[in-house]
Design a protein around this ligand. Structure first.
Ligand SMILES: Cc1ncc(C[n+]2csc(CCOP(=O)(O)OP(=O)(O)O)c2C)c(N)n1
Ligand SMILES: [Mg+2]
Length: 323
């Protein structure tokens, strides 16, 4: 069942690497910004930063508009990749009247169904059965679209994940399981909670084709999702085992619960997914360093402007964390 194609580094047809960079900076800077707002007491919602895992969002750029994504709480990049905006996120965060869920949902669970971003859950793995159900609808309606269920590797221990995978594999649903395999669940390293780091060996027997992915390489992520989508549509549910690393804390309220990680953190920092694409753009993409720096600056400016706009839209809520 396992499919192990070569990892790929070439430019995917139809994709613009500079778009990869925009998406990754948007994610990183937005999460830095929202963590700062929380620290200042300007918002209630907590952030679960995907620092170091931003390249996984590029998977959204290999999807069709009608495809659905059920994200994890650390999947901000793929939510932005599907087209959710920073403004929409700020509206959720401050409970603006125009917010998609009226601001009643914690913003890391905010869904934007119109663009295929579906609801997550506080119960890890809890959204897998819902995602499989959505894929069943897609199959019955012959919609030609797929459902991507994103989970952290810690969800392997959740029973409902296995129920969903069993049915997705048996019924050959147009279902893609994308694992943010960062090797930790909160402070527990993978070796404390499972026998093998890779999740593919656990998922393949349910009837999935699987592929190991360098989750810090945006190009590999893009190719892999294009492959997985085609497989799932052809009646072969697919699983992407994306190896990556959480370079930041667990969340804005828990901070960093891991200890003794200095060595591995330094090693993964040297593999920063944003630096990887920036180097590629300089070496192969014909961009000067100042043009590359301008991408980041433009995203930072857009985020600050979106926050100012959100505050104007809902002046009674923004800046008042007690509500
Ligand atoms: C069913 C359930 N059990 C326990 C928890 C508590 N919990 C929250 S996050 C988490 C670990 C998740 O790890 P992982 O899925 O690897 O995500 P990561 O934080 O590494 O991105 C746990 C156990 C929960 N939310 N739901
Ligand atoms: Mg994890």
């Amino acid at each position: 069942m396992n499919t192990r194609p070569q990892r790929r580094n070439d430019v995917p047809p139809g994709a613009e690497p500079v778009e990869f960079l925009r998406l990754m900076w948007r994610t990183r800077l937005f999460e830095e910004f929202s963590m700062r707002l929380k620290k200042e007491g300007a918002v209630l919602g907590n952030t679960y930063p995907c620092l170091g895992q931003e390249a996984l969002g590029v998977a959204a750029l290999a999807l069709a508009a009608g495809d659905a994504v059920f994200p994890s709480y650390r999947s901000r990049a793929i939510v932005f990749g599907k087209g959710a905006t920073v403004e929409q996120h700020f509206r959720e965060m401050i409970g603006a009247p125009e917010a998609e869920q009226g601001g009643r949902e914690v913003f890391h669970h905010a869904a934007f169904p119109g663009i295929g971003v579906m609801p997550s859950s506080s119960m890890i793995g809890g959204w897998a059965p819902t995602a499989a159900g959505y894929a069943l609808t897609q199959q019955m309606e012959r919609s030609g679209t797929v459902t991507v269920c994103v989970i952290g590797d810690g969800s392997l221990g959740a029973g409902d994940l296995h129920e969903a995978l069993n049915i997705a594999g048996t019924w050959k649903l147009p279902f893609v399981l994308m694992v943010e395999n960062n090797g930790y669940q909160v402070s527990a390293a993978w070796s404390q909670v499972r026998a093998q780091k890779a999740l593919a060996p656990y998922v393949a027997p349910y009837g999935f084709v699987t592929r190991p992915v360098d989750g810090n390489n945006a190009f590999d992520v893009f190719h892999s999702m294009a492959w997985a989508r085609a497989e799932a549509l052809a009646g072969r549910p697919a699983m992407l085992d994306c190896e990556t690393y959480r370079m930041g804390g667990y969340s804005s309220h828990f901070g960093e619960p891991r200890s003794g990680i200095e060595g591995e953190l330094a090693a993964w920092r040297a593999r920063d997914p944003i630096a990887f694409v920036e180097d590629w753009l300089e070496r192969h993409g014909g961009m000067a360093r100042r043009e590359i720096a301008a991408v980041r600056a433009a995203e930072a400016q857009a985020i600050a402007a979106a926050w100012e706009k959100a505050k104007r839209e809902a002046p009674r809520r923004a800046g008042d964390a007690r509500r």
